[in-house]
Design a protein around this ligand. Structure first.
Ligand SMILES: Nc1ncnc2c1ncn2[C@@H]1O[C@H](COP(=O)(O)OP(=O)(O)OP(=O)(O)O)[C@@H](O)[C@H]1O
Ligand SMILES: [Mg+2]
Length: 314
């Protein structure tokens, strides 16, 4: 472990009755980094983050956070981490300010220190003017922002966020992005999980792609997109796609993969634009009633399809 590494995860495994929800995952997080775990529902993201937050015990593997081993020094770790869980954990019959005061006392803060901290955090998440309203009247996005403020009360070195933008309106999402970036600029290391490409693309310095308990790629967005190489994705929506039509598309030299999902045919191929006319010809002569056809430049969705043959948003 070098000085600029703050989190080390080695061969992490978590089994539930024999089922491996996390199946031998290893990665490092650098100090000052925003690191993302991206993957579809059930990939194992919450399980990984819960183990790192000391909320769940691993079956095997090693986790070291800022020099502390999770098996032996969980109490030291809890002092330096902040946790924003996937499920909101706030008191709905209290106001935002009262929730912050309650959790602040649990962290051992009081008096002027606590008051100043609460005001600064309310300002940071943009909810100062709603601070005396009961939580039950808050939108999902506003509750999430208060949950982030709660996680920051004790000024943690590392912030863990499980799906920070799920179920959040666009305005709150932007505010959450700004908050995470501000904190990071001030030196906080961030680990977040998401199944939304946008979170990973806009926020993360490095992205680990997780599927079925395994880490299948890890790099910066730019380098991950290079893995897709020359591939493009063409999507065809149609009322009816006869099997012969699918087969004739598979025969085209440039085509790498064809998958069907309901009335949508996804074609992965090289030099998509050049092959488009040929594809349309074959579809029509094969009896496909095309409703629309679109071509996508490589993004994380394309990469996921490229690596796993399935879609990220299932
Ligand atoms: N307590 C549990 N008992 C049994 N199986 C579990 C338990 N918790 C999670 N799992 C299983 O482990 C797998 C990983 O779940 P996990 O919640 O980590 O996924 P996730 O990537 O966070 O998904 P999501 O995007 O839906 O939040 C899933 O198949 C899930 O059903
Ligand atoms: Mg989850």
């Amino acid at each position: 472990m070098t000085d600029d590494t703050i989190v080390v995860v080695e061969d992490l495994v978590k089994r539930y009755n024999g089922f491996a929800a996390v199946d031998g995952v290893s990665f490092d997080i650098k100090r000052g980094e925003i690191f993302g775990l991206l993957g579809p529902n059930g990939a194992g993201k919450s399980t990984i983050i819960s183990i790192l937050c000391c909320l769940l015990k691993a079956t095997s593997g090693r986790v070291v956070i800022d020099g502390f081993d999770i098996g032996r020094n969980a109490n030291n770790i809890k002092k330096i981490i902040g946790v924003v869980p996937q499920e909101i954990s706030l008191y709905h019959t209290l106001t935002a300010r009262e929730n912050l005061r309650f959790y602040g006392r649990i962290y051992g803060l009081s008096g002027k220190t606590l008051k100043n901290r609460i005001e600064a955090l309310l300002e940071m998440v943009g909810l100062t003017d709603r601070a005396d309203d009961l939580l039950e009247g808050y939108s999902g996005g506003m509750k999430r922002r208060i949950n982030i403020a709660v996680a920051l009360l004790h000024n943690p070195r590392i912030l863990f966020l499980d799906e920070p933008s799920t179920g959040v309106d666009p305005q709150s999402r932007k505010r959450i992005y700004d908050t995470i970036q501000d904190l990071n600029r001030q030196g906080t290391t961030v680990l977040l999980t998401t199944h939304q490409m946008e979170d990973a693309e806009k926020l993360c310095h490095r992205i680990a792609i997780v599927d079925k308990g395994k880490l299948i790629a890890l790099d910066t967005l730019e380098r991950l997109l290079e893995l897709v190489g020359e591939s493009d994705i063409i999507q065809v929506m149609a009322k009816e796609i006869p099997p012969a039509s699918v087969e004739s598309i598979r025969q085209i030299d440039e085509v790498q993969k064809v998958s069907m999902d309901g009335g949508i045919m996804t074609i992965q191929l090289v030099r998509g634009r050049e092959s488009l006319a040929g594809i349309v010809d074959r579809l029509i002569s094969g009896g496909t009633k095309v409703e629309s056809i679109s071509i996508k430049e490589p993004d994380l969705e394309t990469l996921f399809l490229h690596l796993t043959g399935t879609k990220l948003r299932r």
